[in-house]
Ligand binder design. Structure first.
Ligand SMILES: [Zn+2]
Length: 483
């Protein structure tokens, strides 16, 4: 039965008869309701797809009429709003890579020839840090920012957050959109927001002390940083499990979807660990977001439409298969992304979730990036698999590094791992090293060299961890000679 739009407007304050849709900013579900908008979240996929297609066609026409970048690329590919008759037709539209956005912004500064609103309508400017090249500027329209708040509030509700929560945000308040997206969503939800930030010397200790005083019930940051906060709390004689967090939700790294890391965070804090996050360009980035049952991130398809695609053809792969997400906005007027390639690796499924939502899911989250996959002796390895293996071993000290090098023309995988203070004597370390070597070999298919260092030796991060060092390029440049 098609979704009743009149009823949706009346009961949920969501008006899909216009595009972009209108949302009643005063709507809230009953506190004990599982869903924000069950008509959309639990619809049969076919009924929901009818809504998605309608929004998509209007989104594509909006970009076609306003963005030279999309018009040029679509005309070259022989597609247009008129060729978009079914959802499957979207796969014929060319994909966009992040490099295309950087090039467009270099040619048409500052926002590129894909900004589709007047400069006066831009409410917020954010961007990437630019550590790996030219930064990308994000221009967010005023109305878009309101809809982003609606989307995030709805997804945070699904994660179990409620108006009586106090949410501690422990991530940068700067160009980084993650923190601001949480703040906006939490305010729309009616929660008490504590935008604490991160990155100032001494701030981790302050975060722990404030948490102990203020007693927030929820935490947002990166998984690495949450574990760093736990170590800091213990050094202060505080039990992280007694800080009172009920819900901890994360983006920025895959950790919250890595089973052993998830279990560790839940055991450490006594909280549910929720994995979230697509890409900053795709804000509302929470549309990859777990529900409170934690069965892997749902794809909230009626807000951002996601196809998991083959990494070369960019055609969708069947449920059960692996690919890379390709994201499309459905209600973004300022800088719409239509088929943006993420470069992450994932597997999707349409199997049911106990929450009743019928969205597809990513049961293992985003388990790596195409560009951080390392190939060692012909085996494809993801750092997340190494993390999952180590965190499941008692005696692991909490941090590790992966160093890939080449000796005598053979790749070598060195895993430098910390041992816990409980494993300080030589016999315990020998046994721990052997366990790590054996489990890593079983998981990865190659023999790593394991080097143990004391807990606390390796640097902790306040943001996204960088744990892989690939020395082979250095080796190649030393041995290949001049080119
Ligand atoms: Zn669910």
């Amino acid at each position: 039965m098609p979704i009743d739009l009149a009823s949706l407007r009346r009961t949920r304050g969501i008006d899909l008869s216009v595009w972009p849709p209108r949302y009643d900013p005063a709507y809230l579900p009953a506190a004990d309701a599982e869903h924000w908008a069950p008509e959309l979240e639990c619809a049969t996929p076919a009924d929901r797809d009818a809504i998605v297609l309608d929004k998509l066609r209007r989104q594509v026409r909006w970009a076609w009429e306003r963005s030279p970048l999309y018009r040029r690329r679509w005309e070259a590919a022989g597609v247009s709003p008129d060729t978009l008759r079914t959802l499957a037709d979207l796969a014929r539209f060319p994909v966009v890579h992040k490099a295309d956005l950087r090039a467009a912004q270099a040619a048409h500064p500052p926002f590129g020839d894909y900004v589709c609103v007047d400069r006066s309508e831009i409410a917020r400017i954010h961007g990437t840090s630019g550590t790996t090249g030219r930064p990308t500027a994000f221009a967010v329209g005023r109305d878009d920012w309101g809809r982003i708040g609606e989307a995030h509030a709805r997804i945070m509700w699904g994660a179990g957050l409620r108006p009586d929560d106090t949410i501690l945000i422990c991530s940068f308040f700067s160009l980084y959109l993650g923190s601001w997206g949480v703040l906006r969503g939490g305010e729309r939800l009616g929660a008490t927001m504590f935008p604490f930030g991160a990155g100032v010397p001494g701030q981790t200790l302050m975060a722990v002390q404030w948490a102990a005083d203020v007693r927030p019930t929820a935490f947002y940051g990166t998984p690495s940083y949450a574990l760093h906060c736990a170590e800091t709390a213990r050094r202060e004689g505080l039990n992280p499990g007694a800080l009172g967090f009920r819900t901890m939700f994360f983006s920025g790294e895959p950790g919250a979807g890595i089973p052993a890391t998830k279990r560790l965070i839940e055991a450490t804090f006594g909280a549910t660990c929720i994995d979230m996050g697509s890409m900053a360009e795709m804000t509302p980035w929470m549309t990859n977001g777990e529900c409170r049952h934690r069965t892997g991130m749902h794809l909230w398809q009626d807000i951002v439409y996601t196809e998991v695609c083959d990494a070369e053809t960019f055609r969708p792969v069947p449920y059960g298969a692996e690919g890379t997400p390709v994201y499309t906005h459905l209600e973004r007027t300022s800088q719409p992304m239509i088929r943006l390639v993420s470069g992450d690796r994932t597997r999707w499924t349409d199997e049911a979730c106990p929450c009743g939502r019928t969205y597809p899911r990513l049961p293992l989250g985003l388990f790596g990036r195409l560009d951080d996959m390392i190939i060692v002796r012909g085996e494809n390895l993801y750092p997340s698999a190494i993390e999952d293996t180590l965190r499941a071993i008692a005696g692991f000290g909490g941090e590790f590094r992966v160093i890939v090098s080449r000796r005598e023309a053979m790749d070598e995988l060195l895993v430098r791992a910390e041992y816990a203070a409980t494993h300080a004597d030589a016999a315990a370390q020998a046994a721990l090293g052997a366990t790590m070597r054996e489990r890593l070999r079983a998981r990865l298919g190659i023999h790593p060299v394991v080097e143990l260092v004391p807990e606390g030796t390796l640097e902790r991060t306040e943001f996204k961890a960088r744990r892989v060092v690939d020395d082979r390029d250095l080796y190649r440049s030393l041995t290949d000679g001049p080119r």
